[in-house]
Design a protein around this ligand. Sequence first.
Ligand SMILES: Nc1ccn([C@@H]2O[C@H](COP(=O)(O)OP(=O)(O)OP(=O)(O)O)[C@@H](O)[C@H]2O)c(=O)n1
Ligand SMILES: C[C@](O)(CO)[C@H](O)COP(=O)(O)O
Length: 250
Amino acid sequence: MSDVSRPSPGAASVAAVIPAAGRGVRLGPGAPKALRALNGTPMLVHAVRAMAASRAVSLVVVVAPPDGAAEVRSLLDAHVLPERTDFVVVPGGATRQESVRLGLEAVPAGHDIVLVHDAARPLVPVDTVDAVIDAVRAGAAAVVPALPLADTVKEVEPAAAPGEPEPVLATPSRARLRAVQTPQGFARAVLARAHETVTEDVTDDASMVERLGETVVVVPGHEEAFKVTRPLDLVLAEAVLARRRLNDGF
Ligand SMILES: Nc1ccn([C@@H]2O[C@H](COP(=O)(O)OP(=O)(O)OP(=O)(O)O)[C@@H](O)[C@H]2O)c(=O)n1
Ligand SMILES: C[C@](O)(CO)[C@H](O)COP(=O)(O)O
């Protein structure tokens, strides 16, 4: 379905919404995931810098844990961030979807392209961010970065009780599957309509747009845009940062 009222995104100003209100249960006990350190710097600050590294991004809206907006504001004020970018902090909600909606509501008029980027993907390279923006500017309503899968995937009947074996139902062709990352980029009007319309709980914003009947397109993702979910991901993230420091010569 096309939206005739959608503004031409060619030169549109870009805002990035960063949902950062999750607890990080799968990472284990500790501070909210986005506030945990990677090489001494909070994961959220890495993610904010990753969005602000794109010269197209003029506003970053950080969606903080519901009771943590003041702490997150202080955290941003205590770190060096690009002066050409504005930073806004709002409290988040109980689900990622609700947090994104609250962040989107804080984006002022005039930003006709919106990126949604997990704080939990702190190391996405700027070239990936710019590739997503370029595809929206070229006219796509919704753009996701994604990678082919390394593993074969099985559809199963979920175990009736923990530890029970799970019968395999099917093996979808891997050639047609992609593992989706963020930032996901949207014509703002389309994303806003998706969040007003879709009430089912889904795991990413692009699937809400799919439910509107809009086309979502994929651009190449990047290995370093992986999501910090479990403890081993912290080890990988710190190794990536160490390699970057070596490559940068300091
Ligand atoms: N109520 C929530 C839940 C999640 N998120 C954000 O959504 C992103 C992706 O979610 P995920 O990696 O699942 O983070 P958590 O919900 O924190 O992880 P877990 O499920 O292990 O608790 C994260 O940046 C997280 O902070 C959010 O803003 N608000
Ligand atoms: C948005 C996302 O990162 C795309 O892969 C993912 O769906 C988030 O999932 P989570 O369970 O909230 O970590």
